[in-house]
Design a binder for this molecule. Structure first.
Ligand code: F6P
Length: 327
């Protein structure tokens, strides 16, 4: 097996708070083990364009607390093509890069799997996405910060909702997964939570909101995952509610990209630091094509292939808890 002397690192897909802490951990672990480190800008795009920077422990000073990613991020269509991947490999080879650390979500790992299968380039993935939709880890980097951001936003919306006796529909991110909606909804005491993983009927939603009103509630918060499967978007849901719930004057808030920004929580910084160091250690240990993740407070490695096949499921028990608590 070839001795690893230089490791490349990049961030790809939607950015998430804590990606900088992960880059810092990779760079410093490399220095600790006397391995060179280079960072590629804009994920796979930078690998194709040979856009990189040499990284030393001092290049990553004062970034552990910063949101976004120093290396910038992108979703790359060119890397989906064979020519793009070939160009990226040639660049890595010329730069003497022996292995890559890929920080991102499932799109990033899909690209990484195809790449490492075709070329002699070991890769290790670090899960970085606010969506938390990656199996092989209980938490992805950025998820905890996003949850806190969402809960803070819902708390603020509740102030105005209760002042005006209003019903609010709040759309949160998560792509096809309901982790953010479910956990922020429970954390912020939402009356209703709509997630893609559960078939929730509109009649049931209206019935439940009516029940809330009868029980003396004057305002309500409905958290809607962007990927929910009611067949209506958040604005259509509000229109539907207006039609079927006389006396309520629904409003809509789409939280959008503010959920991706901000200084990472302590939990995300620690997670990123642990995963970053372990990613380098696994590579130096001869492991390849794995993702590092946190399960029961232990860092474990899962073959990237399994990550792509598996699914990280939401805890449906929380929906039951939410029903009980929103009585
Ligand atoms: O994967 C992270 C995420 O923020 C999803 O929650 C969301 O669906 C998507 O990215 C938005 O992507 P973009 O920033 O490209 O619009």
């Amino acid at each position: 097996m070839k001795k690893i002397k230089k490791i490349g690192v990049m961030t790809s897909g939607g950015d998430s708070p804590g990606m900088n802490a992960a880059i810092r951990a990779v760079v410093r672990a490399c220095a600790y083990y006397d391995v060179k480190c280079v960072g590629y800008y804009r994920g796979y795009e930078g690998m194709i364009d040979n856009d990189y920077i040499e990284l030393s422990p001092r290049s990553v000073k004062n970034i552990i607390n910063k949101g976004g990613t120093l290396l910038k991020s992108a979703r790359s269509d060119r890397f989906r093509t064979e020519e793009g991947r070939e160009q990226a490999y040639q660049n890595l080879k010329e730069n003497g890069v022996d292995a890559m650390v890929l920080i991102g979500g499932d799109g990033t790992f899909t690209g990484g799997t195809v790449f490492s299968r075709a070329y002699d380039m070991p890769v290790v993935g670090i899960p970085g996405t606010i969506d938390n939709d990656i199996c092989g880890t209980q938490f992805t980097i950025g998820y905890d910060t996003a949850l806190n951001t969402v809960v803070d936003a819902i708390d603020k919306i509740r102030d105005t909702a209760s002042s005006h006796n209003r019903l609010f529909f709040i759309e949160v991110m998560g792509r096809d997964a309901g982790f953010i909606a479910l956990n922020s909804g429970v954390g912020a005491g939402a009356e209703e939570i709509l997630v893609p993983e559960e078939d929730q009927h509109l009649e049931k939603l209206i019935e439940s909101l009516k029940r809330s009103k009868r029980s003396g509630k004057t305002s309500s918060i409905v958290v809607v995952a962007e990927g929910d499967k009611t067949g209506k978007n958040v604005f259509e849901l509000a229109d539907y509610a207006k039609e079927h719930l006389p006396g309520y004057n629904p409003r809509v808030t789409v939280l959008g990209h503010l959920q991706r920004g901000g200084s990472p929580s302590c939990l995300d910084r620690v997670l990123a630091s642990r995963l970053g160091v372990k990613a380098v250690e696994y590579l130096l240990d001869g492991q390849r094509d794995i993702m590092v993740g946190l399960i029961n407070d232990e860092i474990i490695a899962t073959p990237i292939d399994n990550i792509m096949k598996g699914e990280h499921e939401i805890n449906k028990e929380l929906l039951r808890i939410s029903d009980i608590l929103s009585i």
